[in-house]
Design a protein around this ligand. Structure first.
Ligand code: ADP
Ligand code: ADP
Length: 235
């Protein structure tokens, strides 16, 4: 089954004359294990789509979302929070790291939910930081790291609980081009090594060549699924 299945997903902000139709009836399957890119200009609905796929927002009535085989509409708010914490990883354009915690502590933080003891959590956080190229930087706080390094910490944190799906909303928006390209390469590498499904959004055409599946959004509609996108993509 696909990692994400959206059916008739619309999202309207506001009502009446002030209504904004951010998404207009999206039908979309993203294959498991793939690196999927949602591309489109600013305001096309990318953030809204990722927030709905990430169980951070709900579609208008009539739409259905299934992530990792779970129908999100059936979950109450607590169950959705639990689903997010255990099954999803998030990477944001503003990194969203906790500034008072070290890199190592930021990666350990989401693992408190899991079964392991403090020592094994610390060990896993070290391994993840090494995997994203930050060995030796474990004790740095976010303010002592570059933008690219902060996003590497965020990627390690997103992977901490071995999520089924990592959602990254414009993860390169606050990075220069070379650093952004390196961050995409890193996510690509993690997707290949771990088999984790990734979805990232971008308005930058130069980053889209990395996709197994490319979905073009315009004004809340899918205008072009990539011709390379097949049911076997990423398998
Ligand atoms: P993108 O990520 O492609 O820039 P967004 O999903 O952020 O697109 O926005 C899609 C449209 O919905 C835009 O017109 C935006 O202004 C509007 N929008 C997004 N979030 C809200 C909100 N919370 N309230 C009102 N309008 C919103
Ligand atoms: P981007 O275009 O980089 O995806 P935005 O700046 O459009 O991001 O949106 C950032 C956040 O603000 C999102 O959570 C989005 O839902 C919200 N947002 C976007 N547009 C509006 C709006 N017109 N009114 C209220 N919230 C908005």
């Amino acid at each position: 089954d696909p990692i994400a299945r959206l059916r008739r997903v619309s999202r309207t902000y506001g009502t009446g004359a002030a209504a904004v139709h951010a998404l207009r009836g999206i039908d979309l399957d993203l294959p498991r294990g793939a690196f999927s890119v949602i591309a489109g200009p600013s305001g096309s609905g990318k953030s809204t789509l990722l927030q709905i796929a990430g169980a951070l927002d709900r579609p208008d009535a009539g739409g259905g979302v299934e992530i990792d085989g779970v129908a999100l509409d059936a979950l109450d708010d607590d169950a959705r929070a639990d689903f997010r914490a255990r099954r999803l990883g998030f990477v944001f354009q503003n990194f969203n790291l906790l500034p008072v915690l070290t890199a190592l502590e930021n990666v350990e933080y989401p693992m408190q939910l899991g079964a392991g003891d403090a020592r094994s959590r610390r060990e896993r956080a070290r391994e993840l930081l090494a995997a994203v190229g930050l060995a030796g930087k474990e004790g740095r706080r976010p303010g002592e790291l570059s933008g690219g390094q902060r996003q590497r910490v965020a990627i390690a944190r997103a992977l901490a609980n071995s999520p089924a799906l990592v959602l990254a909303d414009e993860p390169t928006a606050n990075l220069d081009r070379a650093t952004g390209a390196a961050i995409i390469e890193l996510m690509r590498d993690m997707q290949r090594r771990l088999g984790t499904s990734f979805v990232f959004s971008s308005h930058d055409a130069q980053l889209m060549g990395h996709a197994d599946v490319l979905v073009l959004l315009e004004d809340g509609r899918v205008t072009a699924p990539d011709p390379r996108a097949t049911p076997a993509a990423g398998a």
